[in-house]
Design a binder for this molecule. Structure first.
Ligand SMILES: C[S@@+](CC[C@H](N)C(=O)[O-])C[C@H]1O[C@@H](n2cnc3c(N)ncnc32)[C@H](O)[C@@H]1O
Length: 261
């Protein structure tokens, strides 16, 4: 049988995918690595099917390895004899505890079959929450910013683990970035906050990210013409003199997708 690594999405129970919900409903036992993921999982499975795992809050690698071996030893027989699930917030393959479990199972219980159900990651959910659009032709880098560090370089960055927003902000602004912060986005626990002011979020909360963009990074889009007074046919509507404008754009730069639907 199978162990399903299920991504729960950012934290609201109705952002679990249909496939993820099905995997949770069909599993004999559902393991969660933390309180928040457990809260989401219990919206889809009864409490009595939630399995207990103990993870120490430590950076001691020896203790962590020991905890993962214990967890894998608990999960492996459940996934051999039936179906089990291990949930994580966001996506199981993006900065996730599931990676540790997968590697430990591969080392000590290679007979366990694994299937991953992707989840809505904060990597993508942030864009909607912060009102950001990553347009065709632009790039986005994912970085970590724990302990007040300020990674710089790319035109656009999403920063995870913003634990000291004022310190991170200082470095980013100095390097010329505009920065917006998002805390507890699409989460059912705690208050969602979106702000440009790092002092609004100077109290540490692990579920905080930042989006940093260089002001001159915007990539022009074909549809910008609509905002400049050019109608659908490419005709300038406000000049009195009809002219076919930006014809090349509509032919060659529909917006980055291979096929315009
Ligand atoms: C260890 S990573 C887990 C990422 C997760 N697996 C995913 O795919 O979204 C944790 C970091 O992701 C960011 N994060 C995850 N969920 C978030 C949310 N709902 N709101 C804001 N930030 C979030 C925070 O920066 C947090 O420190």
């Amino acid at each position: 049988m199978t162990l399903y690594g299920v991504g729960l999405g950012p934290g609201q129970a109705d952002l679990v995918t249909v496939r993820g919900k099905r995997a949770l409903e069909n599993a004999d036992v559902v393991y969660s690595p933390g309180r928040l993921s457990r809260t989401v999982a219990t919206k889809h499975v009864p409490q009595e099917r939630i399995g207990d795992l103990d993870f120490p809050m430590t950076r001691d690698e020896e203790k962590l390895r020991s905890a993962w071996k214990t967890a894998a030893a608990e999960i492996a027989p459940q996934a051999r004899d039936g179906d089990a699930a291990f949930v994580t917030l966001g996506d199981p393959n993006v900065y996730s505890t599931f990676g540790h479990l997968r590697r430990t199972l591969a080392a000590f219980h290679p007979e366990v079959d694994l299937e991953v159900v992707p989840g809505v990651s904060a990597v993508t959910a942030f864009a909607t929450a912060l009102g950001v659009e990553i347009t065709a032709g632009s790039s986005l880098a994912l970085r970590e910013a724990d302990g007040g560090v300020s990674p710089t370089g790319p035109d656009r960055m999403i920063l995870f683990k913003v634990t000291d927003a004022p310190a991170t902000h200082e470095g980013l602004v100095e390097a010329g970035y505009d920065v917006t912060y998002g805390r507890r986005l699409f989460m059912q626990q705690g208050e969602t906050l979106v702000t440009d002011d790092p002092h609004d979020i100077d109290e540490r909360d692990y579920y905080t990210l930042a989006y940093a963009e260089r002001p001159d990074a915007r990539v022009e889009q074909a549809t910008d013409a609509f905002l400049e007074g050019v109608d659908e046919a490419g005709v300038v509507s406000d000049g009195g003199e009809a002219s076919i404008a930006r014809q090349e754009r509509s032919e060659g730069e529909l917006g980055g997708d291979e096929v315009a639907e």
